[in-house]
Design a protein around this ligand. Sequence first.
Ligand SMILES: *Cc1c(COP(=O)(O)O)cnc(C)c1O
Length: 372
Amino acid sequence: MRTKIWLSPPHMSGKEQKYVDEAFDSNWVAPLGPMVDAFEEELSTYLNIPHVAALSSGTAAIHLALIMLGVKPGDEVIASSFTFSATVNPIVYLGAVPILIDSEVRTWNMDPVLLEEAIADRIKKGKKPKAIIVVDLYGMPAQLDKIHAIAEKYEIPVIEDAAEALGSRFSEKFCGTFGRMGILSFNGNKIITTSGGGALVSFDAEKISTARFLATQARDEFPHYEHTHIGYNYRMSNIIAAIGRGQLEVIEDRVSRRREINRKYRELLKDREEICFQTEPSERYLSNFWLTCILIESKRTGFDRERIRIKLQLENIDSRPLWKPMHLQPVFKSYPAYVNGTSEKLFKTGLCLPSGSSLQASELELIAGMIR
Ligand SMILES: *Cc1c(COP(=O)(O)O)cnc(C)c1O
């Protein structure tokens, strides 16, 4: 059988090995080191944001961001419901309460109308949310202008979860750089990967130095080990950062290739009226199209998402339903949620197509042909 076509496999540039060898030659086979410093600096230059801490994962970055915003047990934290569970889990690590917000239909991200309703309602019930985690899902920027205007009005800090949106822009500014803090992920399936890793980014120097402190076991400055805070082991290793440097050199190629794949799918499926795509609402939005996502209008065809997914699977082609919203997850369903039905419908009818930057033109045509 043909080799499996994955959803979003790692795609090396060829430079990674050279940096890894350099790290080995210098014997910096350790957490932290010169590769981590260089990777942080290169990320900072690329994103045009002054402060970056490379960490062990995107989840760790969210956890630290919440800690630094002072989130304590019983506090409420607002988050997009239509996302991967890693957005919401760190809220629960801290004993805080996730308040889940449904999506709007334009970008599929957090609905600003519901956000404002939720904030007003939580305040009325006696608790002002401590933070808002807004996600740029599948690479598509959320309505960041509106979300931030609301957050500013109520003076609630925003954490931007740009784990899927490295290289995406809103009004020409990079995703991840909109909130008080932004988070990135370099997990194996993301647009660039270090096998596993993440970063916290900010315009606030103090936030990033505190994050570094907490992520390195919170060691106070003494010759011996002295601790006044609970610490974490969340820093990135020097070897992992070496991979990241090789990957970051080609990020712009990776973004253009994923955008090209998205364009190609649209072209090949454009006469199928029952299929629609996650689409940039205007020129202000530039998605990295980490994954190309389609919705299948089954009423018209009698042909649902699952039939397509299973057919592709039989052909050794990986595709996946869209994220199941957090407010429908057994583990989160008892938390307060402000819903309008949008993400539930997306989950029921949506499918992520193979979108890796190493996908061949012939593979893409094969997949589109099968869907047709
Ligand atoms: C991948 C992902 C994360 C978590 O990143 P890890 O590096 O895997 O911990 C968080 N949020 C979203 C939306 C993600 O897709």
